[in-house]
Ligand binder design. Structure first.
Ligand code: NAP
Length: 608
């Protein structure tokens, strides 16, 4: 093995395991206030505003569409594209943003780029005839691609932007959804697809004094270029005389620290848990390689990548980057396995070795030993999102950059003039929150809408004890509604792969309903119950791993039971999930679904 210089033999596994446990416990037992978050609408509603544009005034709509898609990120684009391919005439995407793009519309912070290989990350590359410029593309290129998809599939035609869906009400009498928006629209839709994404609503930490800061502040997903100057790729000239503080050290921070460091008078990074940061090794796309690709290459490459994270380890690793490093290591270990160790044990060994190598690399790059030590991650590689950068660690060698390590606790207080950690106050002109997104609040809250199904029951009421679906997409009592996301569905580190499979599935169902004259579909109680039971039972198998991880949104803040277990992905793995969906479509009998049932006909009135 070439990229893992540390070997298990050279590691004290017991000591490492104990350190993992200590670091996790520090973060799990620290003051619970530190794990609480401030709803942006409480004092920070401006952080939901769109700094990038607004759609022109228009008259409210009262028409009907076949499918209304809420959200125009990758999921929304792919569903709408596949619906078009399936011959569905009237598809309307609605987004609160002023254009398509979803997360790539909002996240324009300096340094933003995809950290999964663009050849598998960009949706519909073969369909649009596009090839990314680089292996890991910058945000602007990704955003431009979402526009390309919208144009290629004529999705702008019926789209509504700068429009927030406020209510979705199922009308059992007409078997339609009534969709109301903040622009006065009262539209009707046969089907609704919710693609609002799991990372759409900025999250702020509940730090005492957070309302008191008198300098300038913003969240990374609404980067304030009017204040910082510059652009995603040009120096932030407005920060030359500013003391900037950045809270958070996740994937966003790893990307925006280098440009901030290059521009700010001084940058102070407040860290609660370090990320694992490995080399990026970006490169321009090789035209000869691109020309050599055969039709169907993107699907094959996506599948090969996703399969690296499953027990059915494929013999070859097409992408072969920092994400798939553990699969490569296990393959090599299996080829030379004198003690006949099982793949699970080999994976654990590979993980320990990889993390040791990442820590060793930090020690080599970061010159100040105390800073280097503080930046070292002590957890399994997939406990938190792995990060990749050739500039992040190096930024801490600059004289104008300092790291404030908060020993897993976080910041003590924000004052009008800065930030307090321990008994030190750090004076700041600007405070940037790289503190992530709401992931564990209710679906209705995160998507800022109320959803009322059969008999007027709300989705919040139905999911009060946790999510309940068939295949992560359908939920009884909410006919003709599809939810797209990883919960109770397949989960790949390459998020667009699963979105693509879910999109194909939804387009198939909508087209099949039209072909067969089916007006309303919803899962049966039995099928949904069985699916939830499967998800929870399988989640139990991952409980040990999740609870051993340092907390974060990746592992439900370390919680693995109750509602958190119900929000887990399908643990048999993403490839098995895709097979299951495919075979469901091939059989074509709508297994587990109630078609035009009496239940779906119930309305608020008939329920009384
Ligand atoms: P994140 O991973 O949730 O990170 C939030 C950061 O804020 C963490 O470091 C967290 O510390 C810290 N934090 C929260 N409360 C704090 C407090 N009270 N005091 C100090 N620190 C606090 O958010 P993100 O970096 O924006 O990334 C979110 C996700 O977006 C990623 O995981 C990824 O899925 C996606 N993303 C993708 C890309 C890409 O594809 N290139 C780039 C950026 C983001 P703890 O770790 O201790 O909780």
């Amino acid at each position: 093995m070439t990229d893992l210089p540390a070997t298990t033999a050279a590691l004290d596994i017991d000591k490492t395991r104990a350190r993992y446990q200590t670091e996790r416990d520090k973060r799990s037992v620290s003051d619970t206030r530190q794990r609480q978050y401030r709803d942006v609408e409480q004092g920070f509603a401006h952080m939901l505003d769109d700094p990038y544009g607004s759609a022109p005034p228009r008259e409210p709509l009262t028409d009907e569409v076949d499918v209304l898609v809420v959200g125009s990120g990758f999921g929304g684009m792919m569903v709408a594209a596949r619906l078009r391919e399936a011959g569905v005439a009237k598809v309307r995407i609605v987004d609160v943003a002023s254009d398509v793009g979803g997360t790539w519309y909002w996240n324009r912070y300096p340094g933003a780029a995809c950290d999964v290989e663009s050849y598998i990350y960009f949706p519909l590359l073969e369909e649009t005839g596009y090839m990314p410029v680089e292996r890991y593309s910058k945000a602007a290129e990704i955003r431009a691609h979402t526009k390309r998809i919208a144009e290629r599939y004529d999705l702008y035609r019926d789209a509504l932007f700068s429009t927030q869906v406020k209510t979705l009400d199922w009308d059992g009498g007409t078997a339609r959804w009534t969709v109301q928006t903040d622009r006065g629209d009262v539209m009707s839709a046969r089907f609704v697809v919710l693609t609002t994404g799991p990372l759409n609503r900025p999250k702020l930490p509940e730090i005492p004094g957070i309302d008191e800061f008198a300098g300038h502040s913003f969240h990374t997903s609404r980067w304030d270029y009017a204040y910082t100057g510059g652009s995603a790729t040009e120096p932030l000239v407005g920060l030359g005389d500013k003391r900037v503080g950045l809270i958070g050290t996740g994937a966003t921070s790893v990307q925006c620290v280098p440009p901030l460091a290059a521009s700010a008078e001084h940058l102070t990074v407040f860290q609660r848990t370090p990320s694992s940061v490995d080399a990026r090794d970006n490169s321009l796309t090789d035209p000869a390689w691109a020309a050599s690709l055969q039709p169907g290459w993107q699907q094959r490459r996506m599948e090969n990548f996703t399969a690296q994270f499953t027990a059915a380890l494929p013999p070859h690793d097409d992408v072969a980057d920092g994400w798939t490093v553990l699969a490569r290591a296990v393959r090599e270990k299996l080829a030379d396995n004198p003690h006949g160790l099982d793949p699970g044990t080999l994976l654990e060994q590979a993980d320990f070795e990889k993390m040791a190598q990442i820590r060793e690399r930090i020690g080599r790059i970061v010159e100040d030993p105390a800073t280097a030590d503080a930046l070292k991650p002590w957890f399994s590689l997939y406990c938190k999102r792995p990060c990749f950068s050739d500039l992040y660690l190096q930024a801490f060698n600059r004289p104008n950059v300092s790291l404030v390590e908060t020993a897993g606790y976080g910041i003590d207080r924000i004052t009008p003039g800065g930030v307090i950690v321990g008994d030190v106050e750090y004076p700041l002109d600007c405070l940037i929150f790289a503190t992530g997104f709401e992931t564990s609040t209710s679906y209705e809250k995160r998507s800022s809408m109320t959803i009322s199904g059969v008999s007027g029951q709300s989705l919040n009421e139905k999911w009060a004890d946790g999510m309940s679906t068939l295949h992560g997409m359908h939920t009884r009592g909410f006919p003709n509604l599809f939810v797209i996301g990883p919960a109770q569905a397949g989960m790949s580190p390459n998020f667009p792969h699963m979105l693509s499979e879910q999109s194909l599935h939804i387009a198939h169902i909508v087209a099949d309903c039209a072909a067969k004259g089916i007006g309303a579909i919803e899962p049966t109680e039995e099928a949904e119950g069985n699916w939830v039971e499967t998800i929870v039972r399988m989640a139990e198998g991952r409980r040990k791993f999740i609870e051993a991880c340092t907390p974060g949104y990746y592992n439900n803040e370390g919680r693995a039971t109750g509602a958190a277990a119900r929000g887990s992905p399908f643990a048999a793995g993403p490839i098995e999930f895709v097979k299951l969906l495919r075979s469901w479509r091939e059989v074509g009998d709508f297994a587990g679904m109630e078609l035009d049932g009496e239940h779906a006909r119930r309305t608020r009135e008939t329920a009384l």
